[in-house]
Design a protein around this ligand. Sequence first.
Ligand code: MF3
Ligand code: CO
Length: 264
Amino acid sequence: MIIRKSRQEIEGMARAGRVVAGTLALLRDHTEPGAVLRDLDTLAEDYIRSHGGTPTSLGYKGYPAAICISPNELIVHGIPGAYALRDGDIVTYDIGVTLDGLIADSAWTFPVGDVSEQALRLLATGERALYAGIAQARAGNRVGYISAAVQDAVEGAGFAVVKALVGHGVGRHYHEDPQVPNYGPPASGRVLAPGMTLAIEPMITAGSSEIVLHEDEWSISTADGSLSGHFEHTVAITEGEARILTRQPVETAVSASARTGAAT
Ligand code: MF3
Ligand code: CO
């Protein structure tokens, strides 16, 4: 069952979304060689709480940290620990914030210092795929329009989408219907209507789309050890273009060019 939100609920999700976006911007500014993931998690949690929110992931199905931090070959659900970022890494922060009972969810992958040409292309492709999906998130379109647009953008650039993990509805619950796959035909899934709120989240790899679950029973990486990127926004379906509820205050150069389709 897809839960459509009222105007007030969407405004509430946008307030949660501003805290999510602020957290991502803060983490981006602290993304440098030597930064310890556990410290970045604390930084994120302090920011979230000082802005009136609670970290949605903490305690969700027993998850033990405030946010998920997934470097390099980790795709999602990395538990921040003692690892210190190194020059040439890429790192994904995935953040849910609950504010007044309403949730927003966003993830972003950033380069650490100087990264490879391939890594930069992967990041630009993930961003471009996210915005291609969002462009299809319109009333009257099926969920499959989003899925197909993401898949085309990723595979067209020579990368792969992870098929075992999907986007989702979001609102008073972290994960609601519908599922939003990052692959599949346009003529699939439910028809979108105003008031629906979706977390659209391409998870992509530079190699195969196979995944492995680690012994901590949370972190998931690419089976072949290839790099992975993850770009997620929470959006509200409107009468026109989707409204992005987790837009970051400052866009990276790479995301600005991804949005306009310029070559990177
Ligand atoms: N934020 C994740 C998502 O994009 C969910 C993380 S659940 C957790 O759907 F428990 F691992 F935090
Ligand atoms: Co999500």
